[in-house]
Design a protein around this ligand. Structure first.
Ligand code: IMP
Ligand code: MG
Length: 185
């Protein structure tokens, strides 16, 4: 569990206040740990890392700067559209225009909360005939997670709190913060 920082900086985003929660050092340490695990597990492969936009841009950037083995990178976005005969929104992948047959695909997520997005990603990649499909996430909220699905690499487990910074936003704001803040209670 991350240290709760004691200093009193409060930032305002829209109508809400946020306080410091996870330092840049802790984030760096967590990313280094994930890089070491993945380099170790796939030392004889050339993985394709796939970042899920928008939130993952910062973790993907830091991750790749530390990853020393041959690799590729690409980004996708999930878009939902209304089905014609049901009110259920169906997810669609935008930006995956590469043949992944036989490849080692490692999705890099900023945060896994309920696991809905994770489930959709697993379904969407099912038909791609990849060799390995792994999921790495910088942040994970175990108390909010509702799925019976495996998450292969987790940076930092956090309590069920709303956080911003390091790519994560509150209604568009906060993505540029280099540290993570939590909603002030
Ligand atoms: P899911 O519930 O696991 O499907 O997560 C859905 C998405 O909600 C994530 O990809 C994030 O974009 C967003 N999200 C979940 N928790 C937080 C948070 O604490 N702060 C900001 N965005 C979040
Ligand atoms: Mg996301």
């Amino acid at each position: 569990m991350p240290n709760i920082l004691k200093y009193k900086t409060v930032i305002q985003l829209h109508d809400k206040q946020f306080v410091p929660f996870i330092s840049a050092n802790e984030i760096d340490f967590a990313i280094k740990k994930m890089v070491a695990q993945i380099e170790d597990d796939f030392f004889d492969e050339t993985p394709i890392f796939i970042g899920v936009l928008n939130g993952s841009f910062m973790v993907v950037s830091d991750f790749l700067k530390l990853y020393k083995k041959p690799c590729e990178v690409s980004f996708i976005k999930l878009a939902s559209y209304e089905g014609t005969s049901s009110t259920e929104s169906v997810k669609q992948l935008i930006g995956l225009n590469q043949d992944l047959t036989g490849r080692t695909v490692i999705v890099i997520e900023d945060i896994i909360d309920t696991g809905n997005t994770l489930e959709e990603l697993k379904n969407l990649f099912k038909s791609q005939n990849v060799k390995h499909f792994k999921i790495a996430t910088l942040f994970f909220k175990p108390d909010a997670f509702k799925k019976d699905l495996k998450i292969d690499y987790v940076g930092i487990r956090i309590p069920n709190k709303f956080i911003v910074g390091f790519g994560l936003d509150y209604d568009g704001l906060g993505r540029n913060l280099p540290e993570v803040y939590q909603l002030k209670e």
